[in-house]
Design a protein around this ligand. Structure first.
Ligand code: PH2
Ligand code: MG
Ligand code: MG
Length: 165
């Protein structure tokens, strides 16, 4: 049985748009089906602010992989796109985070689902508004649209038409 999963993708190094697109291609090559894509947003860096703006998007995917298997595949894709882990929260060619996995709650050292950063991150909540504003956060028991209404949104939609062709 396929599970519905929300992913967050972000890039702020190199060709950010291409990095997102290549990550999508690699996900599909590994048998992960993309059901729905949010818009892409230009977002100011959160946390460690001495770095370039990000491009962020979220995806709804379906998969037979367990959360742990999915995390392993994500790590392979991040390695394939030459991500180097240097500064914590620092610049990266690609970051892929599991936000929600159905309504599962997982609290392990290296795998926390729902992703703990969701309620404070405009660059996640804004794209989630494109995908499913009524989705209920399984721990907070609040809808995406309610979480979104509680934060300041600095995301700027990225017009993909300028870079096509
Ligand atoms: N990811 C981080 C830290 N800061 N800021 C933005 N705007 N977008 C991100 O994806 C992001 C961040 C850690 O993963
Ligand atoms: Mg992240
Ligand atoms: Mg990550």
């Amino acid at each position: 049985l396929e599970s519905k999963v929300f992913l967050a993708l972000g890039s702020n190094l190199g060709n950010k748009y291409k990095n997102l697109k290549n990550a999508e291609i690699l996900l599909e090559e590994k048998g992960i089906r993309i059901l729905k894509r949010s818009k892409i947003y230009i977002t100011p860096p959160f946390g460690y602010t001495e770095q370039d703006d990000f491009l962020n998007e979220c995806l709804i995917i379906t998969t037979n992989l367990s959360p742990r298997e999915l995390l392993n595949k994500i790590h392979e894709i991040e390695k394939g796109l030459k991500r180097k882990r240097k500064i914590h929260w620092g610049p990266r060619t690609i970051d892929i985070d599991i936000l929600f996995y159905e309504d599962k709650i997982i609290d392990e050292e290296d795998l926390k689902i729902p992703h703990p950063g969701i309620p404070e991150r405009d660059f996640v909540l804004r794209p989630l508004m494109d995908l499913d504003p009524d989705f209920i956060h399984p721990i907070l028991k609040k809808r995406i649209k309610n979480l979104y209404s509680e934060i300041e949104d600095k995301c700027v939609p990225y017009d993909e038409h300028y870079i096509l062709g």
